[in-house]
Design a protein around this ligand. Sequence first.
Ligand code: CA
Length: 666
Amino acid sequence: LNNEVVMGTIRLKEDLDISKNYDVEIEGYARKTAIPTGIFDSLDFIENQTYDGDDLGAVLHGGETTFKVWAPTASRVVLNLYEAGDGGEAFLSVDMEQGEKGVWSSTQPVGHGTYYTYTVTTAMGEQETADPYAKAVGVNGDRGMVIDLDSTDPENWASDAFADNIETYRDAVIWEVHVRDFSNRIADSKYPGKYLAFTETGLKNASGEPVGVDYLVDLGVTHVHLQPVYDYATVDETVSNTFNWGYDPKNYNAPEGSYSTDPFHGEVRVNEFKQMVQALHAKGLAVVMDVVYNHTFDKNASFNKIVPYYYYRYTATGENSDGSGCGNETASERKMFRKFMVDSVTYWANEYHIDGFRFDLMGLHDLETMQAIEQAVHAINPKAILYGEGWTGGTSTLQTNRQAIQANIREIKASEGAAGGVAVFNDAIRDGLKGSVFNALDKGYISGDPSKGRAAAVAFGIEGGGGNTQAWKVDDAMVINYMSSHDNRTLWDKITNANPDATDEQKAAMVRLGAAIVMLSKGTPFWLAGEEMLRTKGGNGNSYNASDAVNNLDWDALVPGSLAASTRDWYRSLIALRKAYAFLRNADVTCQVLSDASIAVTYSENGEVLGIALINPHEAAIGYTLPDGAWGILQNGDSVTLNPDETISGNVEVPAMGVLLVVPVR
Ligand code: CA
């Protein structure tokens, strides 16, 4: 009555029947269903009910298919077979056999293209569900599909390989995009909003400027980070006429259907996804998948219908723990979900040649799971890039010291020979540069608050997140340095909000200064697609289900001579500069915040200075005295040069809202 929590232990004389729910009733208190957490975490359950085989799901062999599902608390599991991914009655429903380790199985004389579900009887009653291990699904992901994966390979798939364009994470330049946003507004695309738009070349905007994949090659980014492309719940694939980011996972091991040309036949999206990866690889671009294992779209998703309560965390009062802010959070520390996560990412790497993964709300995953993923993925591809949000989206029941959050990420080590370990997004440099994402009016270092406090947060990122100015730090520059991502306002909109009186030219100068700082920082530069062309979402601060008009990339903004086009050129020059001068990626970096809050950055190796960057966030030029000797100029205000012929020495001027980057001339 008073929300009073009673803690205690009830000892039973007999073993519990794990296929049943038990209610606990204490006189004077409400009756509650006992969540069987203690059973799942008992040694007995872990030893006798954990399955380590790699054949869960539907496995096709010699003209028949074996279906296996892990359902240790079920009293009955029925396999239903269908002709199609939706509609119609099952042509066969057959009881599966209960075997060892909680695995139920059935072998049937059916093959590629057969759709299936399970009807599982547990303490929650009888529920029909898709198979969470399904590798192909029907429309809207309500049924799995038996698939001959080899038959989905595009031509020459055997010669497709992981991108080989980085030695360390610091060499990557990541461009985050949504499949639908990318091409929906390309007038001459044959596949607007689809996977196949990434296979198109020669596309131009209204001004004749290259767009689509050609644009990315010209820009020089190394990694295309795709917002969710596993099957998610919200967009109705039968019509695909709405927009969603896709952070509402339904089937983790099958591609989203609304991006395929035919969501009704499960093999089409698999084939088209592979064509997309192949086309990007052919252009030298790596492909990163945004993965959202931390919650499911619904707390009674397929996992829960098959093994109620096992895959989720609960509070002491029996509510779903909600560290995701989405109504539930998964339990990576449970062996069968940890295994699911490891198997899932390695499946995408092996089958689809995915080059990296971005973990949504990674703080909800335990460190042991993330280390296991690091080892498993890097055993397949040592150059795969792994990074995530080192925070949660609410209070989690996972102990803080086990969470893969910024403060703990140093505990995860890189496998020998890997390009890195697990990196975290650096919200310190993000908010330092543009102001807090939680306060629309807040200004940052580049946008009207060039203060020492902001400078310290910015310097933390420039130095690769190894300093002591924040509550956390990383080893080996395992930080993703950025100003914008899909979350919150675009950089342009954020700057506009905080500086309503600034001219477009002034705001573009802020973007350019911020981009220069990110690109001169140790760590891995990252940005939301279109930041480099001053992308706006009309001020929308959370466009996850907003219209296409709000979300689509407006390629036609790239008009020759426009601020958008010149800012794109600036980003392209900065990428080229970063690629050409290894010290920007690999040297030891130290920052000195000067009395006026400008920053002097020194790049060195074994005590030898390789470069100096002077960052001026003020609207007037400032003076600076270079160390003795002659210095070649790599960047000065609006100019980026890859051939430092012009030399300077002594007292120099750092342009307003600009950077002067110099190297010693020997
Ligand atoms: Ca879907």
